[in-house]
Design a protein around this ligand. Structure first.
Ligand SMILES: *Cc1c(COP(=O)(O)O)cnc(C)c1O
Length: 343
């Protein structure tokens, strides 16, 4: 099976499982798990923040950050395709009572002018703008890397208006490897930032949310309330430490594989794919001109042992990761070509 459905599909490697089995553990919610403590210190340092907290998922990282930044009625500025709008079960409304002002951006990113225009002047009638959230990389934008300049300008405008800033860094390290800009540089203008361990880093579970000591202290009661406080979580945190040691530089392979996949399928008649827009490990493509739906192509591909997701009527997404190598990519390209030509 060549599984390009998502980089969440990775299985822990034998070496990762060994690290997990050997991890010293303690009571995470009492800060007594040495492996969790080490992971949090390491990620805080990586992101240039004072403190960090280990969480079961990236969704919880976003939702807890939004909860501490926003009060009911507050408005969040985010790109229309963002994870917090589309894939968190309405969490910002359900958990924080916050509204979201969606920006129609370009491949999941927006400009400083768009951010400025979305900030509402103080008014008794309007919801108070409170937070700007950006995703690095932008998942449904196609793994797009935001330029550092744009991020800095948007953070500056946010600060001028007294707003909070949150970085959804589910795939921040993909951006780091693709651009050569450090994670701390990307995160420096934000109040809170996090990385996901269970995407391209290949861990089974977990995310780490970082910020000032004061903000992370505010996160803790919400982590407790929502059931995110854990016990001997070092067993999963150990996977994160292992991934930071062994699975970061290799993200470059995933990026090369994604680019190659986009190039390969762009030559298949009826497929619209633009390799020049593949910044990292995510490839979106359109199959409209083949006359087939994305769902039909996905199920035909599954029968050949290749899994690719249909993300709209004719829009499909392939995501590369450490369980798919260059040879697997060639096989996947051939499978797409065969399915489309009906052979
Ligand atoms: C996957 C993802 C999340 C959520 O992370 P989970 O660990 O799956 O809960 C948030 N934001 C983005 C951009 C993601 O891709």
């Amino acid at each position: 099976m060549i599984n390009l459905y998502s980089d969440t599909q990775t299985k822990p490697t034998a070496a990762m499982r060994e690290a997990m089995a050997a991890a010293p553990v303690g009571d995470e919610q009492r800060n007594e798990d040495p492996t969790v403590n080490e992971l949090c210190a390491r990620v805080a340092d990586l992101l240039g923040m004072e403190a960090a907290v280990f969480l079961p998922s990236g969704t919880m990282a976003n939702e807890l950050a939004i909860r501490i930044h926003c009060r009911p009625g507050d408005e969040i500025i985010a790109e229309r395709s963002s994870h917090i709008i589309n894939f968190e079960g309405g969490g910002p409304a359900a958990i924080s009572g916050a509204m979201i002002h969606p920006i129609d951006g370009e491949r999941g990113t927006f400009t400083v002018e768009q951010a400025r225009a979305a900030i509402r002047p103080p008014s008794r009638y309007a919801p108070p703008t409170r937070l700007i959230e950006i995703e690095q990389t932008a998942n449904f934008g196609g793994g797009t890397v935001w330029p550092l300049e744009t991020i800095r300008d948007i953070c500056d405008v946010g600060r001028e208006h007294g707003l909070r800033l949150h970085l959804d860094g589910a795939r921040l390290l993909n951006a780091v490897v693709a651009s050569g800009v450090s994670a701390a540089d990307y995160a420096s203008g934000f109040d809170t930032a996090w990385i996901d361990l269970s995407k391209g880093l290949g861990c089974p579970v977990g995310s780490v949310l970082a910020g000032s000591t004061e903000l992370i202290d505010e996160v803790w009661p919400w982590k407790q309330r929502l059931g995110g406080a854990m016990r001997q979580a070092g067993i999963i945190a150990a996977a994160g430490l292992h991934a930071l040691d062994h699975h970061v530089d290799r993200l470059a392979d995933d990026h090369a594989n994604a680019r190659r996949f986009a190039e390969g399928i762009s030559e298949v008649p009826g497929i619209e794919a633009d390799p020049s827009t593949v910044d990292t490990n995510i490839v979106f493509f359109d199959v409209k001109a083949t006359g087939h739906s994305g769902a039909d192509i996905a199920s035909a591909l599954a029968e050949t042992g290749v899994r690719i997701g249909a993300m709209g009527p004719t829009r499909m997404r392939a995501v590369t990761h450490l369980d798919v190598d260059a040879e697997g990519i060639e096989t996947a390209i051939e499978a797409v070509s065969a399915v489309i030509s009906g052979s």
